[in-house]
Design a protein around this ligand. Structure first.
Ligand SMILES: CC(C)(COP(=O)(O)OP(=O)(O)OC[C@H]1O[C@@H](n2cnc3c(N)ncnc32)[C@H](O)[C@@H]1OP(=O)(O)O)[C@@H](O)C(=O)NCCC(=O)NCCS
Length: 193
């Protein structure tokens, strides 16, 4: 993974992908993904209603990057320039914790091709080696099988079920906590070098 600092959101480059700041022009493709019930069902957000709402969210995410509360990257295919989804650290804290929580999604037509695996590898390398994280965590709906498979392949471990952890519409939902620690990442990176 190579990276280049540009403002608050660095550009991360992998063999097939460019992870970069989301722009207003991304609202159209992102709206397609964020309004798809199959994509958002485990993201604890209702499907987006229109492109304008999506553009507002892009703006909000970029502002949150300036205050170092969030980093959200757009995931672009290098060969076509097409935006296929997004990923990032929903929240992160250095002093006193050195940990961050991730979130991600791909448009449905891009599932099953290893794109998120490739994007998250770059994001983790940046998180551990540049941001200085010690722990990266993910909160998953236990039924979100493709996400569980993805994170387990990347070396995440399930820690346990958090009961009634989030409000989703008119009910509370249980979420599984998964994590990977810096020392586990280093072991895996060493083994793969
Ligand atoms: C979670 C999500 C990104 C996973 O997508 P995905 O396509 O399964 O994940 P990847 O892009 O890493 O692809 C992995 C799959 O591609 C296959 N693959 C094909 N080519 C590959 C390659 N070059 N490298 C790695 N995997 C490859 C793998 O075998 C794997 O398939 P498998 O799951 O059947 O074993 C997708 O299901 C999604 O967007 N869901 C909705 C949003 C969501 O739930 N987000 C999580 C909430 S935090």
């Amino acid at each position: 993974m190579e990276y280049r600092c540009e403002g608050y959101i660095p550009v991360l480059s992998t063999p097939r992908l460019k992870l970069r700041r989301l722009e207003r022009a991304d609202a159209e493709p992102l709206f397609e993904y964020w309004s798809d019930p199959d994509v958002v069902q485990y993201m604890n957000v209702p499907p987006f209603a229109d492109v304008g709402e999506t553009a507002e969210m892009i703006n909000w995410l970029n502002l949150l990057a300036e205050t170092e509360d969030t980093i959200r990257w757009g995931i672009e295919l290098k060969d076509s320039g097409r935006l296929i989804g997004s990923c990032g650290y929903n929240s992160w804290q250095l002093e006193g914790a050195y940990r961050a929580e991730i979130g991600y999604e791909l448009g449905k037509s891009y599932w099953g091709q290893g794109y998120m695996h490739e994007a998250l590898l770059a994001m983790f390398e940046f998180g551990f080696n540049v941001m200085g994280l010690n722990r990266i965590e993910a909160l998953l709906y236990p039924v979100n099988k493709s996400s569980v498979r993805l994170l387990q392949k990347l070396g995440f471990q399930r820690e346990g079920l958090l009961r009634d952890y989030q409000r989703a519409g008119d009910r509370f939902v249980d979420l599984d906590m998964y994590s990977m620690l810096r020392r586990e990442w280093e072991q895996r990176s060493g083994a793969n070098a």
